[in-house]
Design a protein around this ligand. Structure first.
Ligand SMILES: O=C1O[C@H](COP(=O)(O)O)[C@@H](O)[C@H](O)[C@H]1O
Length: 614
C-alpha cells in the first residue's frame, strides 16, 4: 500500500501511520529499529531499494529524508509505503523543501519508533562531523560511505578527525570478506609474524586504504599502499613472512573469485564477491555496538600506512604479486565449486562469524608474540612495565582502564612488581584513580582467607597501588558451596554495572591469565562445563580438580571480550601446557587455547615455561 501526503506536516504523517496500522493490523509490531536515511534526490530511489532489501532480516521503520530543494518555501511531501510495497518494513519518504531541508532532525523526531535503536545512514554526502550533526546525534550507529564522495582519501581523514563510537563506513563493510580470507590464511601453521604487507589498488580507493589501516593496526608491521591503474579497484594483498609471502589476488576475469597463495602450496581459488549495497547495509544493521576494529583501522592504522610505488614497479621489484596464482587446472572445477558453494559458514562473506574469525585469525598470527625472560621476577617486571603503559594509554584515551588480575604464582608476582613501582612513586595518582581492578577467578572461601586470590594480592602489596578502594572489584566471599552461584551472579551484575551500552562486561583493556600445568586458566578446568557457558559472564565451580574445590570464574565470553589477553606463565611444570595450548585452538581439554584477546594475545614466559617452544 502506498499513501501520498503532499504538502503535509509530521503530525499528519504520524496520525496517518496510526490510521493505517488500525486498518491493516499492527504494522509497527516487530519493528526492531528505526533506520534514518538522509539522501539527495538523485540517490533516493537506489537508497530506498537498498534499505528495503537490507531490512528484510531486521524489520525497521525506514524514515527517508530526501533533501529535495533547499530553495524556496518550506514544504514537506510525504509518502507512506507498507505491506507489499515495503517488504518487511514500513517506509516513510519525507521530501523536504526550503527551510525544512535544514531541519531534518526536528521533522523526523515525532516519527521515531519509541524505545528502539536508531541507525542513521547517509548513502551519499554526509556532514563532516557525522556524530555531531543533528541527525547523527539521535542515532546509536551512523553509517557513511566514503566510496561515494569525490575525494575518498580526504573523506576518510575527515571521518577520523570527527570519529565517535558508533560510526562506521560501508567502504569498511565491503572488506569483510577480504579480512576473513586474510585472517584465515594466518590461522594455519607456520604461525609466523607478518613482517610487512602491501595492498595494491587503484589510487584513492577508500576500502583499500582501510584494509591497509586494518593490517597496520592489527599486525603492527609496515604496510604500504601500491598504486594500480584507475578503475582496477582493490587488486591484491601481500603478507610477507619469513617462510615466504601469502598473496590474495582478485581474479582478472571479472568473476567473483580470487586466488590465495601461500609459499610452498598451490594456489587456491576462493570466493571474493563484493557485497551489494543492500548486503553491506544489512551487515551493518546486524550490530548496534561500536565497531572498535574499524576505529582501530581508521585512527591507529591508516595514519601509519605508507604510500608506495606503482604496481608495475613493485611487480618488477618482486614486492607484490604480478597476477592471480596459477590454480591447478585439473582440479579447478572441484576447487572452484568447493570454494564458491561449499564454504564453511565462517568463510562466507556477510556472515556473523566472519568478524570473530577475522579477530581470531589475526590473534592467531600474533600469538607468535611470545616474550621470554630469564625467570619469574623478570617476567613480572616486564609485565608490570607494559601494564603501566597500557593503563596510562587507556586512561588518556577513554578516561578509565579496566584490568583483570589473575591469582596464582605469576599473578601474584605481577602485583608485587606493581606495588614496588607504586611505593617508588612511579604510578601517577591521577591515572590510577581511574583504574578498575577485577579478578579472572576467585576461590570461594571467607574474606581474607589465605587461599583467596585477592588475599594473596593484598599480601603482595595491592593496597600500595593508588587505586580507589571502590574500584577494586573483589569477588564476593563465602564458605557455603550452595551460595557460590549467587556470588557468581553478583559478580556478573557488578561487571555489567561498568559495561558500556550493549555489553555485559566493562571495556577490559588487559586480562592477565596464569596457566596451570593442566592448561587451566582462571577457574576454567579441562573438559569442565563452565567452558561451555555462553550466556553468562561468570560461573560457579563446585568441584574444582585443584583445591579449594569451590570457586567463581569469568567465562569465555567475558575473557575473550578483552582487548588484550596476556598469559603470564613461569616454571618448567608449565612448559608442556604452554606448548600444547599454543599448538591448538578452542580445545576444551586445553582451556588456555580457548582464550584470545580481540586485538592482542601475548605470552609472557620465563625460560623454563618456554623450554618446549624451541
Ligand atoms: O588456581 C588457580 O590457578 C591458576 C594458575 O596458578 P599458578 O599458581 O599455577 O600460576 C591461576 O591463574 C588462577 O587464578 C588460580 O585460581
Amino acid at each position: 500500500m502506498i499513501r501520498d501526503l503532499p504538502s503535509t506536516s509530521t503530525r499528519t504523517v504520524s496520525k496517518e501511520l496510526v490510521r493505517i496500522r488500525n486498518q491493516v493490523g499492527a504494522i509497527a509490531m516487530g519493528r526492531v529499529l528505526t533506520l534514518l536515511v538522509s539522501v539527495d534526490e538523485e540517490l533516493a530511489d537506489d537508497a530506498i531499494r537498498a534499505a528495503n532489501d537490507a531490512t528484510r532480516q531486521h524489520p525497521a521503520r525506514i524514515l527517508v529524508l530526501v533533501r529535495a530543494n533547499s530553495r524556496g518555501k518550506g514544504r514537506l511531501d510525504a509518502q507512506i509505503r507498507v505491506g507489499g510495497d515495503a517488504g518487511a518494513s514500513e517506509i516513510v519518504v519525507l521530501r523536504l523543501y526550503g527551510d525544512l531541508s535544514r531541519q531534518q532532525a526536528a521533522v523526523v523526531t515525532p516519527l521515531l519508533l519509541p524505545d528502539s535503536p536508531i541507525v542513521a545512514w547517509w548513502p551519499g554526502d554526509a556532514p563532516a562531523d557525522v556524530a555531531g550533526s543533528p541527525v547523527g546525534q539521535m542515532a546509536n550507529r551512523r553509517i557513511t560511505d566514503a566510496a561515494t564522495g569525490p575525494r575518498p582519501a580526504t573523506l576518510l581523514k575527515r571521518r577520523a578527525r570527527h570519529y565517535a563510537p558508533g560510526d562506521t563506513d560501508l567502504a569498511w563493510t565491503r572488506l569483510t570478506r577480504w579480512r576473513a580470507l586474510l585472517a584465515a590464511s594466518l590461522e594455519a601453521a607456520p604461525f609466523e609474524p607478518v613482517e610487512s604487507a602491501a595492498v595494491t589498488a587503484e589510487p584513492d580507493d577508500p576500502s583499500a586504504a582501510l584494509l591497509a589501516g586494518w593490517l597496520a593496526a592489527s599486525l603492527r608491521c609496515p604496510v604500504s599502499l601500491v598504486r594500480s591503474a584507475a578503475g582496477t579497484g582493490l587488486v591484491s594483498v601481500r603478507l610477507d613472512r619469513a617462510s615466504g609471502p601469502i598473496d590474495l589476488v582478485r581474479s582478472t576475469d571479472g568473476g567473483d573469485t580470487a586466488t590465495l597463495t601461500r609459499a610452498g602450496s598451490p594456489a587456491r581459488l576462493v570466493a571474493l564477491r563484493t557485497p551489494t549495497l543492500a548486503e553491506a547495509l544489512a551487515e551493518e544493521l546486524r550490530r548496534l555496538d561500536a565497531d572498535e576494529v574499524y576505529a582501530h583501522a581508521l585512527l591507529d592504522g591508516l595514519p601509519v600506512v605508507t604510500r608506495g610505488t606503482t604496481r608495475s614497479r613493485a611487480v618488477r621489484a618482486g614486492q607484490v604479486p604480478d597476477g592471480p596464482g596459477a590454480v591447478d587446472t585439473s582440479s579447478r572445477s572441484s576447487v572452484s565449486s568447493r570454494s564458491l558453494e561449499g564454504l564453511t559458514p565462517s568463510e562466507r562473506g556477510s556472515d556473523e562469524g566472519v568478524q570473530a574469525r577475522v579477530d581470531a585469525g589475526l590473534s592467531a598470527a600474533r600469538e607468535d608474540d611470545v616474550r621470554t625472560f630469564g625467570d619469574r621476577d623478570a617476567v613480572a617486571e616486564a609485565v608490570a612495565d607494559e601494564l603501566v603503559r597500557r593503563v596510562e594509554a587507556a586512561v588518556a584515551d577513554r578516561g578509565e582502564a579496566h584490568v583483570v588480575l589473575t591469582g596464582g604464582s605469576a599473578g601474584t608476582a605481577v602485583t608485587t612488581a606493581l606495588a614496588a613501582r607504586a611505593r617508588a612513586g612511579e604510578l601517577e595518582r591521577e591515572v590510577w584513580r581511574c583504574v578498575h581492578l577485577w579478578w579472572g577467578d576467585e576461590r570461594f572461601v571467607p574474606a581474607g582467607h589465605e587461599d583467596r586470590n585477592d588475599a594473596q594480592a593484598d599480601a603482595a602489596g595491592l593496597a600500595d597501588l593508588p587505586v580507589l578502594e571502590r574500584n577494586v572489584h573483589r569477588v564476593p566471599a563465602g564458605s557455603d558451596p550452595d551460595r557460590a552461584e549467587e556470588a557468581a551472579a553478583r559478580y556478573a551484575a557488578e561487571l555489567a554495572t561498568h559495561a558500556p551500552e550493549g555489553s555485559r562486561v566493562p571495556h577490559l583493556d588487559v586480562v592477565l591469565l596464569g596457566v596451570g600445568p593442566d592448561a587451566h586458566v582462571a577457574s576454567l578446568f579441562p573438559g569442565r562445563p563452565q567452558l561451555d557457558v555462553t550466556d553468562r559472564t561468570t560461573a560457579a565451580v563446585t568441584d574444582s580438580p585443584k583445591p579449594p574445590p569451590v570457586r567463581v570464574t569469568l567465562t569465555l565470553p567475558a575473557l575473550t571480550a578483552a582487548e588484550a589477553v596476556w598469559f603470564v606463565v613461569t616454571g618448567e611444570d608449565k612448559a608442556r601446557a604452554v606448548e600444547r595450548a599454543r599448538g591448538t585452538h578452542d580445545d576444551h581439554e586445553m582451556p588456555a587455547s580457548c582464550v584470545r584477546g580481540r586485538l592482542e594475545t601475548l605470552w609472557w614466559l620465563d625460560e623454563a615455561a618456554a623450554a618446549r617452544l624451541r
